[in-house]
Ligand binder design. Sequence first.
Ligand code: UD1
Ligand code: CA
Length: 455
Amino acid sequence: MSLDVVILAAGQGTRMKSSLAKVLHPLGGQPLVLHSVQMATAVSQRPPVLVVGHGAERVEEAVGDAARYVVQAEQLGTGHAVMQVRDRLAGHSQQVIVMYADMPLLRAETLTTLQRMQQASRGPIALLTHLTDTPRGFGRILRDERGHVQAIVEEAQATPEQLAIREVNDGTYCFDAAWLWDHLDAIPLSPKGEYYITDLVGIAVAEGKAVSALIVDDDDEVLGINTRVHLAEAEAVLRQRVNEALMLSGVTILDPDTTYIHPSVAVGPDTTILPNTCLWGATTIGERCVLGPNTVIRDSAIGSGCVVSCSVVESAVMEDDVDIGPYAHLRKGAHLESGVHMGNFGEVKNSRLRRGVKMGHFSYIGDADIGEDSNIGAGTITCNYDGVRKNKTTVGKNVFIGSDTMLVAPLTLGDGARTGAGSVVTHDVPPDTLVYGVPARARAAQPEDKKANDV
Ligand code: UD1
Ligand code: CA
């Protein structure tokens, strides 16, 4: 059956106490609303229709082409929100799922089951419910003595007996489309001056139609976000789901409670993740790596057999068998080729360290290209910024840079060049040439020069 999905996301979310619209608060590294959009995309070929209002521009920016948009200029309730969509969707599909953008942990399979339930029933509505002792604001499901769903009553309007009902409305509905578009106008104005989509249940029952309920038994799935306390609960559930899936796929996680991995991250088998490690954003990790403890890797590609110890890696690439840390920092555009070793307190930005480069101790390499098998002595700095421009340093193959060398860019060191400890290099160095001193001067390398250098 053809299906459209409508996601309501126009509310401010006042209980978040935020200038940011609720649906833009991040969960697992992406705005809440994107979780709903992804669910919708998994169950329907047609892009979902997002009803936007508060923060509409920013919501559209965050979701982009993945959805169609309808603006609800004034938020007069969930029923009113669906009314805004009618002109857009009426006559286009046989079923319509309506869901709220503040329930991000629902599984796509649950939506599919709900859709099948509506299709199999003779009634116009199937909805999700769950049983709970902590209803925290959810509408209550009223059933008759035979157990048939009769109505939904909002908490604010419920009698004390109704408040004691443990079955609550999760706010996800699958409608027979034609029936929905026909009956929206029958929704009465609530005492609060809003139109509630939930009133359609009572309206269907009054027509003698059946309303079916799919009772969700995993409470985590139906965690609705109204406050930042709920947001933290959802984050914990999502984290557990991600960590469990990774462990079952062959990743060792020493302490899942202190391991923070976004759902967007891929990790290869036999990789081990040590405590206090964050893997975020568009990150891929190969096989047999050891990451952590106390490590953050964001938007980076890490090959197989790598070690990242107590380090921060941002928008960087590490090929296979690279080890860094403890206390290394790779920044945007750092690219470490296979077999590179980078030890304590190093920083690399917008630079390529080619195969086999060694950089053992506290150095800064920025805007540089370091040739194969070169050695960067302790305390080396590329002086890449002259106060106006960023300048490039190019270092050839098998270059030996002595400790505490300042490479004042723009600068090129030829293959096999060497610098003495404490040199300040201001001019290009030809191949196989030793320079030393301040400012560094060249002379052809002699075998005894080895002593002038310091690893
Ligand atoms: C709603 C349900 C309640 C259910 C609960 C589950 C109604 C009347 N009540 O209550 O039965 O138990 O969800 O989470 O539907 N929105 C709009 N436009 C509006 C109003 C709301 O787009 O005019 C959007 C909000 O952005 C939000 C969603 O609809 O994403 C739900 O609104 P919210 O105010 O959170 O409803 P609840 O009070 O939680
Ligand atoms: Ca809500």
